[in-house]
Design a protein around this ligand. Structure first.
Ligand code: PRX
Length: 606
């Protein structure tokens, strides 16, 4: 696609978004019943494809099987020991149907919430799809979260069923998951069943509440008619950190999300049925939802699923996998690229990477330097590098460097079709080109979140922070060609290894430690992880700060949230910089940490 073609299609999509999306919805998806209205905006609430009926699993599974692609591989799972498990579209449909029947036999119905706490494995995808097939709302929790984090989410959702596995593999060790679930649901009577997947194939002793996964599915029929879902019926809730308060349950619905995950996968990655594709994300995050599960399945691709870390058992592990499975499209994060780069090019040179065509990046800004390395050593100067800026809330790609357009290393690219982007000042006025400002989206799009679970006020905030538009929370700059560079967050969110972490959440975990009186958390630049968490802590009088206390505080954060939220650095201080109204001035701590000018200190209390 030439720049002019992009421009004309883009303009058409912005002038007539309803016509644009409706024609895609018609051509790209199968519906049980067509919508009677494309879009309704009751600011800030919006609906797409009103009264349309569909089921996302029909588009991800049944239609491929019906089109004769039942024998095409849907997934190739590779564990840490390179043990491979594959599943075709036909078999995936049968497994999903069996679990759908199993869930139904436990009384799970449309609209019930089911929590998944599972490792990256085919059954994790089966579980998501089975929920979607019967109309239950799934909420996948990344298997690194602690029991307290899992418990809070289960309570928020009033989840009826939890699906888990006994362990996951990490650097050769079995990390047990089931005890976390046991702790999480202790005393929660509304959780009626816990389905346990025993990975070594042994039986799990069923108790009143616990059900063995394989026992549950073994006797079930492999046919299950997908529930007829309304476009606006919730498909899933995925929790993500906010700059203040508890994590938010982002709600995505069936119709708009189905189309958005499908069409972005197709347009941004050029994915076609049977293409071998590898997105390194875990389904516990939004990237996994849209670009491991729903998008690639909807287009009929073959996805590689790799359990474990990039450097175990060896530092060339990822390249070996690209080579062995002839991966065509490879989608990963700048953190992973920086880490692989540090390991050295010799690990790449041992492998044939000539199958690669498109390299994707997501989760944080990719610097021109890292972009160039990715292009040169992984892409061997033959592949395009596609940066994709988006968020849990947006459901799918928003600003992209489409493969056919001229590349600008270090810039995320141009707005995707139908996405009306602007860069504004704090009063909502557009800023001139090459001026830093807030990234906003002016109109809803089909993949956008519909609300925050149980908290409409928090949803409305996204659309009211800057009047009339969606405020993304990122700073950005647009050049004279319309290319947008993302500069990072404008709020108190930290992006560490591509994980989004709320300072308020970490501070609240720290403050619940018995020795901690007060704390403040900042993101500190880091060569590999983008940012690392640094905590400033004020202890209760009389507490001694030594190594033992530091370890204990770190362990405490792991228990409260999970390993990814542990502060890498802890500094004990006597006083936190605060405004006269008592708000912690993290900005001052950040500037001091980086040896920068402290800026305007007139509001400082002392
Ligand atoms: O700050 C942006 C950053 O990640 C945030 C969204 O985080 P999350 O909801 O966890 O979703 C991550 C995966 C989509 C954004 O507000 N971000 C995401 N992608 C990029 C990025 N920053 C720069 N460039 C990107 N490509």
């Amino acid at each position: 696609m030439a720049k002019e073609d992009y421009q004309s299609l883009y303009e058409r999509s912005i002038e007539d978004p309803e016509g644009f999306w409706a024609s895609l919805a018609e051509n790209e998806l199968e519906w049980f019943q067509k919508w009677d209205k494309v879009f309704e905006w009751n600011y800030p609430y919006h609906k797409w494809f009103l009264r349309g009926k569909l089921n996302i699993t029909h588009n991800c599974l049944d239609r491929h099987v019906a089109a004769g692609r039942g024998d095409t591989l849907a997934f190739i799972h590779v564990d840490e020991n390179y043990k491979e498990t594959t599943i075709t579209y036909g078999e995936l449909l049968r497994q999903v149907n069996k679990l759908s029947n199993g869930l139904a036999s436990l009384g799970v119905k449309k609209g019930d919430c089911v929590v998944l706490y599972m490792p990256l494995m085919i059954e994790q995808v089966v579980a998501m799809l089975a929920c979607a097939r019967i109309g239950a709302i799934h909420s996948v929790i990344f298997a690194g979260f602690s029991d307290k984090a899992v418990r809070n989410r289960i309570i928020d959702l009033q989840a009826k069923v939890v699906i888990t596995a006994d362990w996951t593999l990490r650097r050769g060790e079995k990390k047990r998951l089931k005890p976390t679930v046991d702790e999480a649901i202790d005393g929660l009577d509304f959780v009626k069943h816990v389905i346990v997947l025993v990975r070594d194939g042994e039986r799990h002793d069923s108790t009143e509440r616990e059900v063995d996964y394989y026992e549950l599915v073994s006797e079930q029929e492999d046919i299950f008619a997908p529930e007829v879902m309304d476009s606006e019926d919730p498909l899933f809730v995925l929790y993500t950190s906010g700059s203040t308060g508890k994590p938010k349950g982002i709600v995505h619905t069936t119709g708009g999300y189905s189309l958005y995950a499908h069409y972005t996968s197709k347009a941004v990655f050029n994915l076609k049925p049977g293409d071998v594709y590898w997105c390194t994300a875990d389904p516990g995050w939004i990237t996994g939802h849209s670009y491991v599960v729903y998008g690639p399945l909807s287009v009929g691709a073959t996805s590689v699923l790799v359990e474990g870390v990039p450097d175990y058992p060896s530092k060339d592990r990822w390249w070996k996998i690209v080579d062995k499975y002839k991966v065509k499209v490879f989608y990963t994060s700048p953190t992973a690229i920086r880490m692989l780069r540090k390991f050295g090019e010799e690990h790449l040179e041992k492998h044939n990477l000539s199958s690669l065509r498109i390299l994707g990046s997501v989760g944080e800004p990719i610097s021109a330097e890292v972009w160039n390395w990715f292009y040169k050593y992984v892409g061997r100067e033959r592949c395009v590098v596609v940066d994709t800026w988006w968020q849990t809330e947006t459901g799918g790609h928003m600003i992209v460097s489409l493969p056919a357009l001229p590349q600008k290393p270090g810039k995320a690219g141009l707005p995707f079709f139908g996405i009306d982007v602007d860069i504004v000042d704090k009063d909502g006025q557009s800023v001139p080109d090459n001026t830093k400002g807030l990234l906003v989206i002016k109109k809803p799009w089909p993949g956008a979140m519909r609300t925050v679970w149980g908290d409409n006020a928090r949803f409305e905030k996204y659309w009211s922070e800057t009047k009339g538009v969606y405020t993304a929370g990122d700073m950005a700059i647009r050049d004279e060609d319309g290319y947008i560079q993302i500069l990072g967050r404008s709020d108190d969110l930290i992006n560490s290894s591509g994980h989004r972490i709320g300072t308020a959440e970490v501070e609240s975990a720290l403050n619940s430690h018995h020795s901690v009186a007060e704390s403040a958390v900042i993101g500190k630049p880091d060569e590999i992880r983008g940012e690392v968490i640094k905590a400033f802590i004020l202890l209760h009088t009389g507490r001694v700060h030594d190594e033992i206390l530091i370890e204990d505080i770190k362990f405490h954060v792991r228990r409260e949230i999970g390993a990814h939220a542990i502060p890498v650095e802890i500094e004990f201080i006597d006083k936190l910089p605060k405004t006269r109204s008592g708000k912690i001035m993290r900005r001052v701590l950040r500037a001091k940490e980086m040896g920068q000018d402290l800026g305007d200190l007139t509001t400082l209390e002392d």
